[in-house]
Ligand binder design. Structure first.
Ligand code: AMP
Length: 114
């Protein structure tokens, strides 16, 4: 898969506000936040889009979701709630082709999205 800006963040070649890390997942604040809390969780293994997932990625994707829920509990907004989003390709609004889970919190979020 081609290099993305998230690969550079993983290698600490460009700065990011890192708020979560474990063996498989890195979480950092979105540079253009859409809510008071907007964090991106990425697998350390680069996968371009949801379309590239195979059954072998099932555990890794589970760990990605668990990282976000762990962060929500740690930061104390789990009870009020939050939103998690994967964007995929053009109609999904994906701009960085390294799978990432958006976590948005800290305000009432509208539905449906625009
Ligand atoms: P998506 O549109 O789903 O591909 O989301 C990509 C997200 O990455 C956008 O919300 C951007 O604001 C965010 N983003 C792009 N570059 C950076 C960066 N260097 N640090 C943090 N977030 C970034």
């Amino acid at each position: 898969m081609s290099e993305t800006i998230f690969s550079k963040i993983l290698r600490r070649e460009i700065p990011a506000d890192i708020v979560y890390e474990d063996d498989d997942v890195l979480g950092f604040r979105d540079v253009n936040p859409q809510a008071p809390v907007h964090v991106l969780f990425i697998p350390k293994t680069p996968i371009a889009t949801l379309n590239d997932l195979t059954p072998e990625h099932a555990a890794l994707m589970g760990r990605l979701v668990l990282a976000a829920t762990h962060f929500a509990k740690r930061e104390g907004f789990d009870e009020l709630g939050y939103r998690t989003v994967f964007n995929c390709n053009q109609h999904g609004g994906q701009t960085v082709f390294h799978i990432h889970l958006h976590l948005l919190a800290g305000r009432q979020l509208g539905w449906p999205p625009g």
